[in-house]
Design a protein around this ligand. Structure first.
Ligand SMILES: Nc1ncnc2c1ncn2[C@@H]1O[C@H](COP(=O)(O)OP(=O)(O)OP(=O)(O)O)[C@@H](O)[C@H]1O
Ligand SMILES: [Mg+2]
Length: 392
């Protein structure tokens, strides 16, 4: 283009330059936006990866053909997967149980959520609950599936324990009630013909069985309150020697009637502990009356106390029937009673020691037991002394 430049030409050149600059600016802006969105995607991905990695549940993600596209580390342990790598292979290559694979394919096929439980031995050794959901595109097409496997073994175990407990309680209540019912019937029919004294005997037996039943229900209620943590302990400083001497006075007539000797050897120091008087009293009473109950005529029950390391120890030692090695680990279990010739005629609910343990632990104490069959049993209870009297 020859000179001189016409105004029209200058306008065109300037216009082109302005357009070029704008284009450059727009390109730069686009580049910046792309970098930012790539960073955001990266961030999102690593966040998702962290979430998946931290989950205690197993997560498996598949495409619509059922090929694994992603899984978290928990999937390997919970589903006990042996295949390596899992990603890129069909579900059937990694998941042992065919019905679990079918469940995921069903969720994809029907495009709906499927939930199912798998008992131990099907997918793994655990009890699993699977929750499988289809993944859809924005348009609504099914792209694949996400399945979460939750380990519910602990829930199932608690459920089983609850049912066992209800069955145990029902059984424990049924047998005394059945025998009371029989006695009522015998009284109704028999009193017309029998002598008065045999009717009285039956009547007395009914009273005893009813009292046992009430005691059992009382123990059960106490235990359930202690276990649910709804018991409010009224702690007060209690003199150790006093509470033990009181209980021994209560038990002594019962022991002497049986020809047993009770020796009490308190330590020289006067000691105090901070406890709920009623609860601790019934715990001590149970241990000491067990010693009397499970020691045959002519035996000895030795009770002694000592202080060391800021703790008071109360030792209750009897020369009774003892507890076998196989039974010893269970004596604090609810309703556990040693079955055998020596205990056949001794009554009880089997709740006493379960209650004692709860009460002792609630007072930050410890309880130990040592026993040898036919030689005797020693229970040791330890409690923190109140600070004023703490012995170094
Ligand atoms: N000193 C002991 N010597 C021998 N066996 C014992 C002694 N103490 C407890 N046992 C055994 O442990 C079981 C559980 O004791 P626990 O005090 O819980 O129940 P119980 O005495 O049978 O009934 P409850 O205390 O409710 O009247 C007893 O049935 C008995 O077999
Ligand atoms: Mg008892």
């Amino acid at each position: 283009v020859g000179k001189p430049f016409t105004p029209e030409y200058i306008r065109i050149v300037v216009g082109k330059a302005v357009d070029k600059i704008r284009l450059q600016e727009e390109t730069e802006q686009l580049r910046e936006e792309r970098t930012l969105s790539l960073e955001a995607i990266n961030k999102e991905q690593s966040r998702l990866k962290t979430v998946f990695g931290c989950m205690v549940e197993a997560v498996i993600i598949t495409d619509r053909e059922g090929v694994v596209v992603h899984h978290n580390p928990a999937a390997i342990t919970i589903l006990e997967i042996q295949t390596d790598p899992v990603v890129g292979k069909s579900l059937a290559a990694s998941i042992r149980d065919a019905s679990a694979v079918d469940m995921i394919l069903e969720a994809i096929d029907k495009a709906q959520v499927v939930t199912r439980e798998f008992p131990p031995g099907s997918i793994s050794r655990r009890y699993l609950r699977a929750h499988c959901a289809p993944v859809r595109s924005n348009g609504g097409d099914v792209l694949g599936s996400v399945t979460v496997f939750e380990d519910i073994s602990a829930h199932k175990e608690i459920d089983r324990m609850k049912s066992d407990f209800v069955a145990m309680v029902a059984h424990e209540l049924k047998s005394p009630l059945a025998s009371i019912e029989q006695m009522i019937y015998a009284l109704q029919v028999g009193c017309k013909y029998e002598a008065l004294h045999s009717c009285n005997t039956l009547h007395n037996r009914m009273v005893v069985r009813t009292r046992d039943l009430l005691q059992l229900i009382e123990n059960l209620l106490n235990l359930s309150k202690l276990e649910s943590g709804t018991v409010v302990f009224h702690l007060e400083p209690v003199r150790g020697h006093e509470i033990l001497a009181d209980i021994i006075d209560i038990v002594r007539p019962q022991a002497e009637a049986k020809g047993l000797k009770i020796n009490y050897t308190p330590c020289r120091e006067d000691w105090w502990f901070s406890v709920d008087y009623d609860h601790i009293r019934s715990a001590f009473l149970n241990i000491i009356s067990n010693a009397v109950k499970y020691t045959p005529e002519g035996g000895v029950v030795d009770i002694s106390t000592s202080l060391s390391g800021g703790l008071a120890s109360i030792v209750v030692k009897d020369s009774g029937i003892g507890i076998g090695k196989e039974d010893l680990p269970h004596i604090f279990d609810r309703f556990f009673r040693v079955k055998g010739k020596a205990t056949r005629h001794i009554t009880g609910s089997g709740l006493g020691l379960a209650l004692v343990k709860k009460v002792v632990e609630a007072h930050k104490g410890y309880i130990d037991v040592q026993s040898e069959l036919d030689c005797g049993t020693t229970f040791t209870l330890r409690f923190p002394l109140t600070e004023l009297q703490a012995v170094p």
